[in-house]
Design a protein. Structure first.
Length: 292
């Protein structure tokens, strides 16, 4: 029943879901585009005709993504720029350069983020601050800069924030759980405040997705057991997130704002497979009452 967690990044080719040219003419900025979900998103969006600017702290992985976009049949373009999203000056420089080259920003995807697995009592002040600064502060700096430098004066745009599921507690990742809750509230608050400028913000609360980071960074025992904590019985795929981003960036996403779209194989609702192995009958079905 349970798929294992061994699948690497799949890097699917030109969209198998959406029509050609769906995002032609759009400029989409994706943070954290040098790996995992950000890389797959860049491939999907350029395959649909968008011009995509990706950023991260290292140029090499970003260049690799740009090359992969081309070799996976990009209709649009992918360009790379180094930017640490925690640094306001670097964020300003990224937005200025993007506007200078492309003349607009239709959608910002705040995908860059991360955390480390640790019991709460062992997390130092520095460790906590690092995770909050990256996920909350970085998302805020990027969002406000895009709004101030382009969207407010130019009829709006979209901001898609990648956050986390489950929402009911993130044991082992208290910093990231707190950070993503903050980003989801920021998403909702700004969707109200900036509605008058035509800016739409949504959060994609994703469960465990089989990226290289997830499959290689965490202890093997955690990785091996992840699918057993997901009712759907499998990890998500990076392209499933990329498809959601493409959908929201397209006209189909135009009336979404202030939403948190949870995509997690139902992990938010039940932390385990269904039926639980302890609660099945001899035929493998969930136990039930004998009704007379
Ligand atoms: N995979 C999952 O199961 C999962 C589940 C829920 C949420 N998420 C979230 O989804 C997003 C993508 O995850 P992923 O699995 O694709 O992880 P990933 O491969 O580690 O991607 C994170 C990206 O963010 C970039 N980044 C990190 N710090 C940065 C900074 N200060 N400034 C700019 N870029 C920075 C990294 O590039 P550099 O290191 O080169 O800067 C990297 O390319 C993350 O926010 C992650 O927390 C993932």
């Amino acid at each position: 029943m349970h798929a294992d967690a061994a699948a690497p990044d799949t890097l699917a080719t030109v969209s198998s879901i959406f029509k050609d040219g769906l995002l032609a003419g759009q400029l989409i900025l994706v943070s954290g585009g040098g790996s995992g979900i950000g890389r797959q998103t860049a491939i999907e969006l350029t395959g649909l005709g968008a011009d995509v600017v990706i950023c991260g702290r290292e140029i090499e992985p970003l260049r690799e993504t740009a090359d992969l976009c081309m070799s996976h049949g990009a209709e649009g373009s992918c360009s790379a720029m180094v930017c640490d999203i925690r640094d306001a000056e670097q964020v300003d420089a990224l937005i200025d350069a993007t506007l200078e080259t492309h003349g607009k920003i239709d959608t910002l995807v705040n995908n860059a983020g991360g955390q480390f697995l640790a019991p709460a009592e062992q997390i130092t002040e520095k460790g906590f601050d690092t995770v909050i600064k990256l996920n909350v502060h970085g998302t805020w700096l990027m969002s406000q800069a895009v709004a101030l430098k382009w969207m407010i004066e130019n009829g709006g745009g979209k901001i898609i924030n990648v956050t986390l599921s489950p929402h009911n507690g993130m044991p082992g990742m208290v910093h990231s759980g707190a950070a993503r809750a903050a980003v989801e509230n920021m998403t909702k608050t700004l969707s109200i405040e900036w509605a008058r400028f035509g800016i739409k913000l949504n959060a994609l609360a994703i469960g465990q997705i089989a990226t290289e980071t997830l499959l290689t960074k965490y202890p093997q025992v955690v990785v091996d057991n992840l699918s057993h904590s997901i009712p759907a019985g499998r990890l998500g795929k990076p392209e499933e997130v990329a498809w959601q981003v493409a959908y929201l960036a397209s006209e189909a996403g135009d009336f979404y704002s202030g939403s948190v779209l949870t995509m997690d194989g139902s992990r938010d609702n039940w932390l385990g497979p269904w039926p639980p192995t302890q609660l099945i009958d001899d035929a493998g079905k969930p136990v039930s009452e004998d009704r007379k």
